[in-house]
Design a protein around this ligand. Structure first.
Ligand SMILES: [Zn+2]
Length: 178
């Protein structure tokens, strides 16, 4: 789901929850429900090799990637949307007995719920791995099937002019001599 929808829906639910969470808790819930998507920026930086830091192009990048989420070689991972990250925040909130971290956690849960519903609407619930372990396993399986899970992203970066196309691999001496 896109940032404006998260801002509006998160704000609406945070406002509705203010009798339960209090004003400060609701504000934190709202901020967390939006800021969890900051991992998309990290994803953009990592995929372009930290060459381009433009937030505007980051939005363009994800807008161009999104129509391709149903490709068989598509697989996304967003670090703050993983069960491992959720577990970390949950444990931290429980151990520290922190109402701030609980508000962050519930904001994250709300965000993820919206994301999953959005992807279900687009019939692509499984286009994003929700665990680091799941991601590693699925990447390996894709590669075993001859699919490159990085290709979609590389194509978009090249189309945007952020990176240059990879040079075609030279025929290796191994294949030419055999
Ligand atoms: Zn998200």
């Amino acid at each position: 789901m896109n940032l404006p929808e998260h801002v509006v829906l998160g704000g609406g639910v945070a406002w509705a929850l203010s009798p339960v969470l209090g004003v400060q808790g609701s504000a934190i819930f709202w901020v967390a429900s939006v800021l969890i998507d900051a991992d998309h920026y990290g994803d953009y930086l990592q995929r372009n090799g930290f060459r381009d830091w433009s937030p505007r192009r980051m939005f363009e990048f994800h807008a161009r990637v999104f129509p391709q989420i149903r490709r068989p070689d598509f697989l996304a991972l967003n670090l703050c949307h993983t069960v491992e990250f959720f577990t970390f925040v949950y444990v931290a909130a429980a151990v520290l007995r922190s109402s701030v971290l609980w508000a962050v956690f519930w904001g994250m849960c709300f965000h993820l719920l919206l994301d999953v519903m959005w992807l279900a609407w687009h019939r692509a619930v499984f286009c994003r791995a929700l665990s680091l372990i799941e991601y590693a396993i699925r990447r390996r399986r894709m590669r075993d099937r001859g699919l490159d899970p990085d290709l979609v992203y590389e194509e978009v970066l090249v189309a945007m002019g952020v990176t240059r196309p990879e040079p075609a691999p030279l025929l290796s001496s191994r294949s030419s001599s055999s």
